[in-house]
Design a protein around this ligand. Structure first.
Ligand code: NAD
Ligand code: TYD
Length: 359
């Protein structure tokens, strides 16, 4: 039976990925989720999975060398899918150190544990043992010319402490492949959206604020562009890269779905107005009057856009979810899971919000 070690599986994409592979492979695989449960990790995301006999949660930090060594020693792990990271640009601007610790040193630690468990005396690796490092398109920097895209060959040019830490971790994975023949892939994906995303990121923050009748804070002129991908499409892409991609290769994953921030915010407002029943009292206050332009993010990248040609050609992947459908599904999920939102926005979130956006 194949065993997956998923790091950061209690976060947004990690929990969607665990749902995806359990849905796809059922009881034919084992899944071990290692997560230190930072503010972004939430066991509630996996409440429907936690009692399954083929699922195990391990509460540990990827920076803990002994804990990672033990995990590999005690389990015959075939696949690593590495999501665990500090993931929010604004937090990285305020506190870069933890981004280097988790994203760079944590990744190095995990690579060391996997290599120690997998490398054979002659330097080769057993068949079907693979490490997938989940990274971001932000490592490529910002596109200034229209109709230009990030390819796997685009030079790295990170600007934020977050993207610099992810770039460093990508280089470390690449160094292990090049130096030790370590069996890995890197995926660089565009902005994800969907269920279980923490409301510090644009889409869930705007949904939550609109429902609460609070200002919807748009940075700068609102014309920065991101390439939005429904999270399940990302999860399928990761699985296809491990199953059909070529080892040692990098794959860009993105939806050719470029939208500027202000359009996203306006779509959220109009979709909420369309979905909410007329007798819902919140409907009256959800309008474009909530849009509030605020000070721009420092070093704000203008445009990201992925060319997913390679993953399409080599694995047959394509983004199945049109944005119009994905955003509806996402908004409906948040409306049906208001208790989830209440839990994640109580306590420390309030302090974060005050520091970030003021009263
Ligand atoms: P997230 O912040 O929602 O989740 C991160 C998870 O990692 C949390 O469960 C957290 O508890 C865990 N974690 C953090 N530090 C840890 C540590 N030291 N040890 C163990 N666990 C730790 O992040 P996400 O949005 O789900 O992103 C997952 C990965 O995908 C990240 O590597 C991110 O860089 C990458 N990525 C994200 C996006 C996006 O749009 N969200 C796009 C492309 C790539
Ligand atoms: P975010 O979701 O933080 O993702 P990333 O910075 O990794 O792309 O932000 C997406 C875009 O939305 C980005 O251009 C910054 C902008 N933004 C706002 O305008 N207001 C907000 O409150 C947030 C969180 C983001």
């Amino acid at each position: 039976m194949r065993t997956y070690l998923v790091t950061g599986g209690a976060g947004f994409i990690g929990s969607n990925y665990i749902h995806y592979i359990i849905g796809r492979y059922g009881d034919s695989i084992r899944v071990i989720n290692v997560d230190s449960l930072t503010y972004a990790g939430n066991p509630e995301n996996l409440a429907d999975i936690e009692k399954r006999s083929n699922y195990t949660f391990v509460h540990a930090d990827i920076c803990d060398a002994e804990a990672m060594r033990k995990l590999f020693l005690e389990n015959d792990i075939n696949r690593v899918v590495h999501f665990a990271a500090e993931s929010h640009v604004d937090r990285s601007i305020r506190n870069p150190d933890v981004f280097v610790k988790t994203n760079v040193l944590g990744t190095l630690n995990l690579l060391n544990a996997a290599r120690a468990a997998w490398e054979q005396p002659d330097g080769s690796y057993p068949d079907d043992h693979k490490f997938l490092h989940v990274s971001t398109d932000e490592v490529y920097g910002s596109l200034s010319e229209p109709d230009t895209y990030f390819y796997e060959t685009t030079k790295y040019d990170p600007h934020s402490p977050y993207s610099a830490s992810k770039a460093s971790s990508d280089f470390m994975v690449k160094a292990y492949m090049d130096t030790y023949g370590f069996p890995a892939n890197i995926t660089n994906c565009s902005n994800n959206y969907g269920p279980y995303q923490f409301p510090e990121k644009l889409i869930p923050l705007m949904i939550n604020n609109a429902l609460a009748g609070k200002p919807m804070p748009v940075y700068g002129d609102g014309l920065n562009i991101r390439d939005w991908l429904y999270v399940e499409d990302h999860c399928r892409g990761i699985d296809l890269v491990q199953e059909k991609g070529k080892l040692f290769e990098t794959y860009n994953i993105g939806g050719h779905n470029e939208r500027c921030n202000i359009d996203i915010v306006k779509t959220i407002i109009s979709t909420l107005r369309e979905i909410l029943p007329d007798d819902d009292p919140r409907k009256a206050h959800i309008s474009e009057d909530l849009i509030t332009y605020v000070e721009d993010r420092k070093g704000h990248d203008r445009r990201y856009a992925i060319a997913p040609d390679k993953i399409k050609a080599e694995t047959g992947w394509y983004p199945e979810t049109a944005f119009e459908d994905g955003i509806r599904k996402t908004i409906r999920w948040y409306l049906e899971n208001e208790a989830w939102m209440e839990h994640v926005t109580s306590g420390a979130y309030q302090q974060y919000y005050k520091e970030m956006y003021g009263a």
